[in-house]
Design a protein around this ligand. Structure first.
Ligand code: FAD
Length: 291
């Protein structure tokens, strides 16, 4: 096993980085398949693998186990952790387990408020920055956070949302991973705004290859993202033919990444939806560019 590296060190090498996101199964019975997905993703040699955290925390052990699995294959792991539905004791328990498992990187998130519910009145953590502070005081972790180039859906303005990112950075957040976006100009505008606010932590651009029409409704619902006309045309034309949609989705994501790297956005994160074959095809398309 290689010595796990902190994500902040990985992002500071000046080279292009490509990371992959996976999600854990809802039930323990899915762990064997999930471990295979981790193994196949690790064989692509991404810069790191991130593992999401089930809302409500019910699958927290799965997140940690899959993070350990990634590191067994020599790939640094980033474990996601959400806080809004958890109390301090639970969070401290998860942090102790991550430390014991030698997981050094945590993406600290508030988590979504469950559908139809209001913000819990007895919440012990109100924002991701509260969790970041807790993590900082709990061990030698490298902490990252989420950001939203089109603004978080609950924010009254992008400006207000960016002010909250400044708070994250001041709470020890060492890098930010973006929500998915399909128009690179949105990211470029966002990066200018971060500069204006003197937020200088590295930003990892989140790219979602859309290879199935059914993904679209969910994407728009969770991220509120704007789908460019060029992208809509592809979905309209090819979604009836799964092989063609696959190819077009991979080509679109590949083009987005080439444009990002050409414009010096060096850190790319692929939302793989647990499809290592798709991540692999994108990485293969970019093999010379990623060297
Ligand atoms: P916060 O940073 O707390 O922001 C939430 C809202 O509060 C925003 O409107 C923000 O502007 C505002 N705000 C933030 N801080 C302050 C402050 N100090 N004062 C006032 N207002 C503030 N969800 C999961 O359940 N599991 C996952 O694994 C997961 N992974 C994700 C990975 C990425 C890269 C992204 C982009 C999202 C992920 N999510 C995940 C979804 C995330 O939990 C939701 O988007 C959630 O609604 C917000 O989380 P946050 O950490 O951005 O919250």
């Amino acid at each position: 096993m290689v010595k796990p590296m902190k994500i902040s060190d990985i992002l500071n090498t000046g080279r292009v980085t490509v990371s992959c996101e996976l999600f854990p199964p809802k039930h323990g019975s899915g762990m064997a398949d999930a471990q295979n997905v981790v193994r196949e993703t690790a064989s692509l040699r991404p810069s790191f693998i991130s593992i999401t955290y089930g809302a409500g925390g019910g699958t927290s052990n799965h997140t940690a186990s899959l993070a350990v699995e990634a590191q067994k294959h020599g790939i640094p792991a980033l474990a996601h952790l959400t806080c809004v539905s958890s109390d301090r004791q639970t969070i401290r328990g998860v942090l102790s387990k991550l430390a014991a498992d030698k997981i050094e990187n945590i993406l600290a998130l508030r988590g979504d408020i469950p559908n139809g519910q209001s913000f819990p009145t007895d919440a012990q953590y109100h924002h991701a920055c509260d969790l970041m502070k807790e993590i900082q005081s709990s061990g030698d972790f490298c902490v990252g956070g989420a950001c939203y180039p089109e603004g978080h859906p609950e924010s009254e303005s992008l400006e207000k949302d960016i002010e909250s990112l400044k708070i994250k950075a001041d709470c020890g957040c060492r890098f930010l991973t973006t929500q998915m976006f399909f128009d690179n100009n949105i990211l470029y505008n966002f990066l200018y705004r971060l500069l204006h606010h003197k937020i200088d932590v590295p930003v990892i651009a989140g790219i979602m290859p859309v290879t199935d029409r059914r993904q679209i409704a969910r994407i728009c619902k969770i991220s509120g993202t704007v789908l460019p006309q060029r992208f809509r045309a592809i979905v309209d034309k090819f979604s009836g033919n799964s092989a063609a949609m696959n190819q077009a989705g991979i080509a679109y994501a590949t083009e987005q990444i080439i444009d990002l790297i050409a414009n010096d956005v060096r850190n790319i994160h692929i939302y793989t939806m647990n499809k290592p074959d798709i991540a692999g095809r994108i990485m293969n398309n970019l093999s010379e560019i990623f060297k």
